[in-house]
Write a protein that binds this ligand. Structure first.
Ligand SMILES: Nc1ncnc2c1ncn2[C@@H]1O[C@H](COP(=O)(O)OP(=O)(O)OP(=O)(O)O)[C@@H](O)[C@H]1O
Length: 255
């Protein structure tokens, strides 16, 4: 059984007043096996964020199902959603989403605090991951006192401290300079090598070329996908660029 199974996903937004409708997703189908590292690409407005929000159970689809380890996340009752997300998913966002009034340490602890863990346990978990992320020296500092790259590393620590089934990343390198981008992508690679399943929405060909598989969304469907296989990141980079050019120039479906 696939870890994540997305079936016939459809999302139609209806504007509040005029009743005009936007079809953001028409029929999205794909699955992700445990341990995969997948990037999702597509032109602006192609429905990537909509898809990620539905996978994260932050929004409901108009139709279709999303199974995470056999459980349909679209059917989880509202009152169970926060706990479901906390127990199963790790999030990494473009703008880090750290709380300014919390130290880096407390930001990282937050999901564990919310699920009622003891301080000793939280501290033990953090000691296990902080050196790998290179953030041991900034744990007492506040988000506004550290660099963008450090903030994103703290956000990754917060995402993995609960040992989530799946990391969902939305444009994680979008606010980073090239050095921090490089280091974040390296970190995702290491996490994936250790078995972490990652799904990342990105506009960056560079970021996507570090994944093991790239899905392209167009017109609300999965239009094409590329597996890295034995290719180098450079070869994958070229294949992604070619596909994006084809999409932008209205090329035909490739599957
Ligand atoms: N809340 C909403 N109400 C109405 N339409 C929406 C809403 N959110 C998104 N849309 C529309 O749905 C479509 C898909 O949007 P979405 O944000 O998922 O695309 P995206 O691929 O993530 O774009 P980008 O790369 O620019 O972030 C777009 O046409 C967008 O205008």
């Amino acid at each position: 059984m696939a870890m994540l199974d997305v079936r016939h996903l459809k999302k139609i937004y209806t504007t509040r007043f005029g009743g005009s409708q936007v079809q953001a997703l028409s029929n999205v189908n794909f699955s992700v096996e445990k341990g995969e590292y997948t990037a999702i690409m597509g032109e602006s407005g192609s429905g990537k964020t909509t898809l990620l929000n539905i996978l994260a159970a932050l929004d409901k689809p108009t139709g279709g199902e999303v199974y995470l380890n056999g459980k349909d996340v679209t059917k989880i009752p509202e009152r169970e959603l926060a706990a479901f997300r906390r127990d199963n998913l790790g999030f990494v966002f473009q703008d880090f989403n750290l709380l300014d009034n919390f130290s880096i340490r407390d930001n990282i602890f937050l999901p564990l605090v919310l699920s009622g863990r003891k301080y000793d346990e939280m501290d033990r978990k953090l000691s296990g991951i902080a050196p790998r992320l290179g953030i041991q020296d900034i744990l007492a500092q506040f988000p506004y006192e550290v660099s963008g790259g450090q903030k994103q590393r703290a956000a990754v620590a917060r995402a993995i401290i609960t040992s989530p089934q799946l990391i969902l990343a939305d444009e994680p390198t979008g606010a980073l300079d090239s050095r921090s981008t490089e280091s974040l992508l390296e970190l995702f690679g290491v996490l994936n090598d250790c078995g972490q399943t990652i799904l990342m929405v990105t506009h960056s060909v560079k970021a996507a070329s570090k994944a093991k598989r790239v899905l392209f969304i167009k017109d609300g469907e999965v239009f094409h996908q590329i597996y890295k296989g034995r290719d180098t990141s450079e070869t994958l980079y070229q294949k992604i660029s070619d596909t994006l050019t084809m999409i932008a120039t209205g090329g035909g479906r490739h599957e």
